[in-house]
Design a protein around this ligand. Structure first.
Ligand code: UD1
Length: 418
């Protein structure tokens, strides 16, 4: 992949269509494995992680076809339960296949997902819950060997933290388990609700999606269905940020404003006008943003960790001092060093970052450190004086289908140099 050359200081004005949510599409693709039949997913984003999930499904013996935003999966006859290391590495969230594979094939073999750019990504909660449901798990040589004697068995499970990934794996394992699984302190993210709605359309019996207690009554088998993936709330925040940081105005179409309730007030606090109309959102920014007092990342419905870097880019050019507290991941401030190359004033101490807004950033060569950190650098580049050259773009590709095209159409100057 090449480099992205950004000429900053251009006010954005226009419309952007928001794509389907990556973090919904991936667990739903894993869930298609449970259906004895054909599933048709609409509004699936064309992203490298989605292609990796399709590659995993094909490897497992499913027929997968992708035409534009429609992905069709025929999981009538999955024939194996292993995921090769190369595919596990391609997609960080491939661990979400574990619950579906053990439920469908009675055994799984996959490599440990290991750490990632956000710091360690432990899976102890996933494994403890699956063990409770009757999966024998043996860890050896960086691999997880999982076997099930007969059918999985539903049970009460209390999560020490409302982990999104662990909740997804439990739901996937429980929908065809014998008996009832009750998950206490379950994650409540919209992507969990979307996964549960997909599974319900396939014949699953789930109560409490979007609440802290999820009750899943196992059924014998699931059938295929047709489902539309929800809009990507983090892509939405990214484009809101692009309008905000350039003093611009963007109309975002096909969004779900309800999923952004913890985010919208912060844009207003920074001086933006946000108008919401059903599935549209109009953001109009002042000439200069005002600092946001404090941003604390929390499990949904709190402020999403995935939007922390984006708000930080905005805070870098806002009037006043903003404070960020990252409570979800240990090392989610990798973008700070790169923002500072552009002239940002940020001090990090442990999980706290203090951002003193400057009147102007100035363009420089910078690297994407991770997916959302990379998007934050695009925002900073849009605001900076002069030229910003962004490299390591493969991170951006994981989450943004058309960011260059969309921002260019709204008046940004972005050129991809191969
Ligand atoms: C997290 C985010 C999700 C985001 C995704 C991608 C939260 C709660 N989750 O989901 O919104 O879309 O990253 O950036 O904001 N943990 C354990 N043991 C486990 C599982 C998790 O200790 O077995 C800890 C993690 O170290 C982390 C926290 O729980 O501190 C959040 O983990 P989890 O929600 O599972 O992460 P993801 O599913 O990746």
């Amino acid at each position: 992949m090449g480099r992205l050359v950004i000429q900053g200081e251009r006010r954005l004005d226009g419309e952007v269509h928001i794509h389907g949510a990556k973090n919904s599409a991936l667990p739903i693709l894993a869930a298609t494995l449970l259906a004895q039949g054909v599933c048709e997913l609409h509004n699936c984003p064309a992203l490298s992680d989605v292609r990796a999930a399709a590659a995993i499904l094909r490897h497992l013996g499913c027929r997968v076809e992708q035409h534009g935003t429609v992905v069709t999966v025929d999981a009538t006859a999955p024939c194996r339960g292993d995921i090769p290391d190369s595919l596990m590495r391609e997609m960080r969230s491939s661990i979400v296949f574990l619950g579906a594979i053990v439920a469908r094939t009675g055994g799984a073999e996959l490599s440990f997902p290991g750490g990632c750019e956000l710091g360690p990504r432990p899976i102890d909660l996933h494994l403890a819950a699956l063990r409770q449901m009757g999966v024998a798990i043996h860890e050896e040589g960086g691999k997880l060997h999982c076997t099930v004697n007969g059918r999985l068995v539903g049970c009460p499970i209390t999560l020490a933290f409302p982990s999104v990934g662990a909740t997804e794996n439990i739901v996937l394992a429980a929908v065809t388990a014998q008996g009832i699984t009750t998950v206490y302190n379950a994650a409540r993210e919209p992507e969990i609700v979307d996964l549960c709605e997909f599974l319900t359309a396939c014949g699953a019996r789930i109560r409490g999606a979007g609440e802290s207690t999820l009750v899943i009554e196992g059924v014998e088998a699931l059938h295929g269905c047709c489902h539309r993936v929800i809009p990507d709330r983090i892509e939405t925040v990214t484009y809101m940020g692009a309008a905000a940081i350039t003093g611009g105005s963007l109309l975002l179409r096909d969004v779900c404003p309800l999923h952004l309730q913890a985010v919208l007030p912060l844009f207003e606090e920074m001086g933006c006008r946000v108008s919401v109309r059903e599935q549209e959102l109009l953001v109009s920014a002042p000439q200069r943003l005002t600092r946001v007092k404090s941003v604390r990342t929390l499990p949904y419905p709190g402020f999403p960790t995935d939007a922390q870097a984006l708000l930080m880019a905005m805070a870098c050019v806002a009037k006043g001092t903003s404070v960020f507290v990252e409570t979800i991941f240990e090392s989610r401030y990798k973008h700070v060093g790169e923002l500072m190359r552009l002239g940002a004033r940020v001090k990090v101490e442990g999980r706290v970052a203090v951002v003193e807004g400057v009147a102007q950033l100035s363009g420089a060569p910078v690297e994407c450190t991770d997916l959302r950190g990379g998007a934050a650098l695009v925002l900073a580049g849009l605001a900076a004086q002069g030229t910003t050259v962004l490299s390591e773009l493969h991170h951006l590709e994981r989450g943004y289908e058309a960011i260059i095209k969309d921002l260019t159409a709204a008046g940004a100057s972005l050129i991809l140099e191969e």
